[in-house]
Design a protein around this ligand. Sequence first.
Ligand SMILES: Cc1cc2nc3c(=O)[nH]c(=O)nc-3n(C[C@H](O)[C@H](O)[C@H](O)COP(=O)(O)OP(=O)(O)OC[C@H]3O[C@@H](n4cnc5c(N)ncnc54)[C@H](O)[C@@H]3O)c2cc1C
Length: 379
Amino acid sequence: MSKTILILGAGTGGIITAKELSKKVGGNAKILVFEKEEKNVFAPSLLWLMVGKRKPKQVYRNTRKIAGAGVEVVIGEIEKVNPEQISVTIKGQEYKGDYMVISLGVEQITEHNLNSYGHDFYTLDGATKFNEQLQSFKGGKIAVLVSALPFKCPAAPYEAAMLVESFIKQKGLANKTEVSLYVPEPGPMGVAGKELSGAVRQMVEMKGVKYFPEHQVSTATENTLSFSNGKTFDYDLLTFTPKHQCPSVIRETAFVGKSGWIEVNRNTMETDFPNVYAIGDITFIPLEMGKPLPKAGVFAHYQAETVADNIAQKIAGKTPDKTFNGEGQCFLEMGNGKAGYAGGNFYGSPLPIVNMKKPSFFWHWTKVWFEKYWFYKYF
Ligand SMILES: Cc1cc2nc3c(=O)[nH]c(=O)nc-3n(C[C@H](O)[C@H](O)[C@H](O)COP(=O)(O)OP(=O)(O)OC[C@H]3O[C@@H](n4cnc5c(N)ncnc54)[C@H](O)[C@@H]3O)c2cc1C
């Protein structure tokens, strides 16, 4: 009998899972993708949007376009997930499956009333509004703030600060503007090792950004940020990352471990429930060095390929043999058409083995090419 696969979330992980399964079992299985948003945003492009390098319409496509070859899209908010029954409920209707892949990402919330004083750069709406403010900015103090840990894409706030700094220079406002980056973490991209972290910090500071690590915001007012270390800073323009938490539909279920996220087998991404998998930002994967695997699209992507392959093997009556081994890469936009590139094995023992390539125009254009490829291939 034909099998049904439920895919929860049509972000990076959900799209790749659906497309890979479509290639492997499309004719013989029903692949149902559940997603609440009609606008499917390619998150890396939000950084270009916030500095006016993209228009809002250029960074998303209609979610329904991922349908085809065995893949059906159901738009609506998932209200309930039942791992024992392998079922989801959406708009009051229950859908049952033989396999389930949860790729619901993170839920983003704003604390300290930050959205009354500035705009986040992690959503379509926030990045659009911040860009509107930036375009009419006449000079002063700009604060780029990471409001809480963990946050997805360890590089993104560093890229944001460098892109804003480049924008300011191009506008001729550098002599009357200060760009500051406040983060709770001790240094950039710490999981990737001290050397790489130091190199990224140097890149950011060489651009002219003032960097304030170990600054956890505790309160905010219209022009002032206060931090738990007792320091306060004034600002004229604010952009920030929202707080990330496990999506509410999953938060109270048996999936969630002590970490507050779904804990999985780090190689197969299977949960404690047979034939139920979780991938991407919603998972918590502890590394040997004591920190979790960062939340990044590249991992969601490779994990999705692993899970899709293994489900296809199971459907074919074979033993699943594909594993996710912690490989990952990322680009680091610096502004002025240049980007850096870091990649390696995050499951490295005892430490991740991650190397960085010299920033160049090539890596920037590779990132632009990937954006075009993403929209062309999946929509
Ligand atoms: C500004 C920015 C830049 C980034 N740059 C990079 C980069 O260069 N490289 C990189 O690797 N990563 C990058 N990332 C991170 C990357 O976007 C995420 O790590 C990745 O999207 C995670 O994939 P996912 O499938 O786990 O979650 P998501 O892609 O977030 O998808 C989750 C989906 O689930 C849906 N959903 C949630 N709850 C429900 C519900 N109850 N009902 C229905 N649908 C629901 C959401 O609407 C969403 O579409 C960036 C992120 C940001 C914000």
